[in-house]
Design a protein around this ligand. Structure first.
Ligand code: CP3
Length: 340
């Protein structure tokens, strides 16, 4: 079997140059994505069409020599299967109804079949992917998914969920536990259909105080990792608690994840010194440095590579690629990562 360098790094080995992929690599900065999306009508129609979603997953791999492919789907497929209505309003982002701030979890009727098309996408991608490419599945972490379920939409400060976590902790805990349960089913389904590793996206981990971070970020992720390790011990898990800052160290020590993602606000030299020895890290180019290009981009890539040269490292962005990023800048970044 061909070696998958990204998977080897997730298992704790060092590869030079570091393998790479990009968060949101399948998306709107690619003209071929925008074209397919226009013909399919909407984001959700595309995500639920395994042929289209597999095509979108593979699009960036046709252009760029990335080492990883990330499943094209969304973290909000889980609330959809828990029974909320899901729509993507053009220019405004996702809407989930009814919002759990004002309705009861018990009143939602689960629709688990909503997970099935995603497994179809995984099988199609798996059949088409080069043997050296690592296939990444994913889910949102319970806290981040709950922020959308409670408010019914995205928000700048996650106030609705943060308030509920203090005023109605039992109700909020029930929401978190339900997300955990479905996430374990969903990730297991992705693994059984063919993904090699998974990433847990906790995009709003940065909005919590330290005690709340322990309860709503570390504990739920630790329970998910424990369950996944019992079911699928050989599948590595990347945890990405965006905005965690110094709390990333506790997250890395306590959750049991195999690797952690660094967002662009973290100094990679600090991360190397502070994180457990030998733990693989992923990151952390500022998406705005990629957007800007030029000599600044090369310098930023070099700095990250140098800071993380003594541990297993997967080169990535600190968050998703901006949709206005020129394709030439992505090519420049990959060449620099590979040392060309
Ligand atoms: O390429 C990839 O990274 C894989 C696919 C992927 C998508 N969403 C596709 C998508 C992944 C991994 C996600 C995760 C996701 N979804 C997160 C966590 C990561 C992050 O960005 O913090 C979150 C918070 C969501 C929820 C979500 N989905 C929002 C807030 C939006 C609207 C954002 C916007 O800019 O309009 C989406 C839609 C979405 N998910 C798009 C894509 C490519 C854009 C849809 C489009 O208009 O074509």
């Amino acid at each position: 079997m061909a070696e998958k360098p990204l998977l080897a790094v997730l298992r704790g080995e060092r590869r030079d140059p570091p393998p790479s992929w990009m968060m949101r690599q399948a998306g709107r900065y690619l003209p071929e994505y925008r074209e397919l999306r226009a013909s399919k009508g909407g984001f959700l129609d595309m995500a639920y069409d395994p042929d289209a979603a597999a095509e979108v997953t593979l699009q960036p791999l046709r252009r760029f020599p990335f080492d990883g492919a990330i499943l094209f789907s969304d973290i909000l497929i889980v609330p959809h299967s828990i029974g909320q209505d899901l729509t993507f309003v053009a220019g405004e982002g996702p809407r989930l109804a009814p919002p759990l701030a004002e309705s009861r979890l018990e009143d939602l009727a689960p629709v688990m079949e909503r997970l099935e098309p995603i497994y179809g996408t995984v099988r199609k991608v798996k059949a088409a992917l080069a043997p050296e490419t690592t296939f990444l599945g994913f889910a949102g972490s319970p806290w981040t998914v709950a922020t959308y379920m409670v408010a019914g939409q995205g928000s700048r400060d996650q106030a609705a969920a943060r308030t509920m976590a203090y005023t109605r902790p039992d109700d909020f805990d029930a929401i978190i536990r339900r997300i955990e349960e479905v996430t374990i089913t969903y990730l297991s389904g992705q693994i059984e259909a063919g993904v090699d590793a998974i990433q847990l996206f906790d995009s709003w981990a940065g909005s919590l105080s330290p005690q709340q971070f322990d309860r709503w970020v570390i504990e739920p992720n630790a329970r998910i990792v424990k369950a996944m390790k019992a079911l699928h011990p050989d599948t590595p898990i990347i945890g990405f608690p965006k905005g965690a800052g110094a709390k990333l160290v506790r997250y890395a020590q306590m959750t049991g994840v195999d690797a952690v993602g660094l967002d662009e606000t973290l100094d990679p030299e600090w991360a190397h010194a502070a994180l457990p020895e030998g733990m693989p890290v992923q990151g952390n180019l500022d998406p705005m440095a990629l957007l800007a290009g030029g000599a600044q981009l090369d310098a930023a890539v070099d700095r990250i590579k140098t800071a993380l040269k003594d541990r297993p490292h997967i080169f990535n962005l600190g968050h998703g690629i901006d949709k206005t990023t020129p394709i030439a800048h992505v090519e420049q970044m990959i060449n620099r990562v590979k040392g060309a």
